[in-house]
Design a protein around this ligand. Structure first.
Ligand code: TIU
Length: 225
């Protein structure tokens, strides 16, 4: 997987060899439902302010990726308006009074086409950037992400977004099993829980990079200019 043309990025557990033409930026679930008050995240009892620190570093990384003409993809977690793709177990999990599909302040919670389901304006996708709508936590489950990456010759992923231990970790694990090398910039991923942020990143880079690499986005930016 590593080629001699790679640009070494200082990372843990060791340098990541970035090959820009084969590396997509994959931004996970930077949706209003997770980052703004009234959405799914807050419905689960979480403090959404914990995630908002990732917006600015993501904005900078996204701008650099676009300027360099490299590939960008976005994901959104959510369900069909008729909820036929919503597992009953997921709907009732948490015993919340308001469930996925119910009316919230930004439309129906985690339903495709509703305002809360959409990506925050700061990171809004361009028309040439595929948006993967996923019903699960992992971006590969029940989506065409793997096919799109294969058609585009992508072998590496820089994975950012929310939340670190849930959709980011699940996606990195799924990508790793499919043969992709994943680099996770720690300032561009966020958790509602500081201890999960720390451990979620540790789990990725442990055991010689069992799932991938971790670094700061500041280490990636110079490589793509
Ligand atoms: N609850 C939580 O931490 N995350 C999710 O439900 N979805 C994502 O991580 N996107």
């Amino acid at each position: 997987m590593h080629t001699s043309q790679g640009i070494p990025i200082d990372a843990e557990p060791y340098a990541f060899e970035l090959v820009p033409s084969e590396c997509a930026l994959l931004i996970i679930d930077m949706q209003r439902d997770f980052l703004e008050p009234g959405g799914f995240g807050e419905m689960l009892g979480n403090d959404v302010s914990q995630l908002r620190r990732t917006i600015e570093p993501n904005r900078k990384l996204l701008a650099a990726w676009r300027k360099a003409g490299l590939q960008v993809m976005h994901t959104r977690e959510g369900h069909r308006p008729d909820l036929t793709d919503l597992p009953p177990a997921k709907k009732i999990r948490g015993r919340s009074k308001t469930c996925i599909g119910d009316a919230g302040p930004m439309g129906r919670i985690l339903v495709r086409g509703e305002a809360g389901h959409d990506i925050i304006p700061e990171l809004y996708p361009l028309s040439n950037e595929p948006v993967i709508d996923k019903p699960g936590k992992g971006a590969f489950y029940a989506t065409d992400l793997h096919a799109i990456l294969q058609h585009r010759g992508i072998k590496q992923l820089v994975v950012t977004g929310v939340t670190t231990e849930v959709c980011v970790n699940t996606t990195v694990r799924e990508a790793n099993d499919r043969g992709y090398d994943c680099l996770v910039p720690e300032d561009c991923v966020g958790s509602y829980f500081p201890e999960f942020q720390q451990m979620g990143l540790k789990m990725i880079k442990a055991q010689g990079g069992i799932f991938g690499w971790v670094c700061s986005s500041a280490n990636i930016l110079p490589a793509i200019f």
